[in-house]
Design a protein around this ligand. Structure first.
Ligand SMILES: [Zn+2]
Length: 237
């Protein structure tokens, strides 16, 4: 049987790499400085490089079943996703974090199904999505809503990481919630002001987190005007 995987490795080295050699070597010389931490589901149909048109050195990626974010609850252990978040924010100083779920997500669907006894780690991991599940019969619509609710839930958990919250509040880090609809080839972005997901084709931004940095006009503007009125008049020339 021909080893197809070996052939693919050789094809990368012989056909692709020569054209990208300089890029990879400069990324080795200069080190990586990706601007984005992408937390996505492991699903094979979600291809972040295609969606974002990015290549080597641009996206630091962590993927897991369901695109879940564990809580920052003081526990320390073999928490791969938490470690990646700490590394990306503290060491790489990314300025964006994307949480990307998708349609037909097996992890979300599993929230409505019986656990597999042979997969205790999977069952425990799915707890990170349970809050997003709805107390309804599993329908296509319920699954879609759960997938989207889960993205927002994970973004909220991200805000529980002190290093994330600090930077988001200081406007040095931006969170983006995405839901990728595989069959349409379109990402729907979370809009914190409407509380819903908007197709990228009609959205006026690339997604928000659960934190809206825009100051609300709560009437305080009048004080600004008073400040202006009380400020010393410009000296006459
Ligand atoms: Zn998935």
């Amino acid at each position: 049987m021909p080893d197809e995987l070996l052939q693919r490795l050789r094809r990368f080295h012989d056909d692709y790499f020569p054209g990208a050699q300089e890029r990879f070597q400069s990324l080795v010389r200069e080190g990586q400085h990706p601007g984005i931490l992408f937390i996505g589901c492991s699903d094979s149909r979600l291809v972040p490089y295609l969606l974002t048109g990015t290549g080597p050195g641009e996206v630091f990626m962590v993927r897991n079943v369901g695109a879940f974010v564990p809580p920052h609850d003081g526990s320390v252990g073999y928490h791969g996703t938490a470690a990646a978040i700490e590394f990306a924010v503290l060491k790489l100083a990314v300025n964006r974090i994307v949480v990307c779920g998708h349609s037909h997500c097996g992890g979300i669907r599993a929230l409505y199904e019986e656990a597999t006894p042979q997969a205790p780690n999977l069952a425990a991991w799915l707890d990170l999505g349970r809050e997003a599940a709805l107390p309804v019969r599993m329908t296509r619509e319920a699954l879609r809503r759960t997938e989207q609710r889960s993205v927002v839930l994970q973004l909220e958990r991200l805000m529980g990481y002190p290093m994330v919250r600090e930077r988001v509040e200081a406007d040095r880090l931006k969170l983006h919630g995405w839901h990728y609809v595989i069959e349409d080839g379109e990402v729907h972005v979370f809009d914190v002001r409407s509380g819903g997901f908007v197709p990228a084709s009609t959205a006026d931004h690339s997604g928000t987190g659960p934190f809206d940095p825009t100051p609300v006009d709560d009437g305080s503007r009048i004080f600004n005007e008073i400040d202006v009125a009380l400020a010393p008049a410009p000296r006459a020339l």
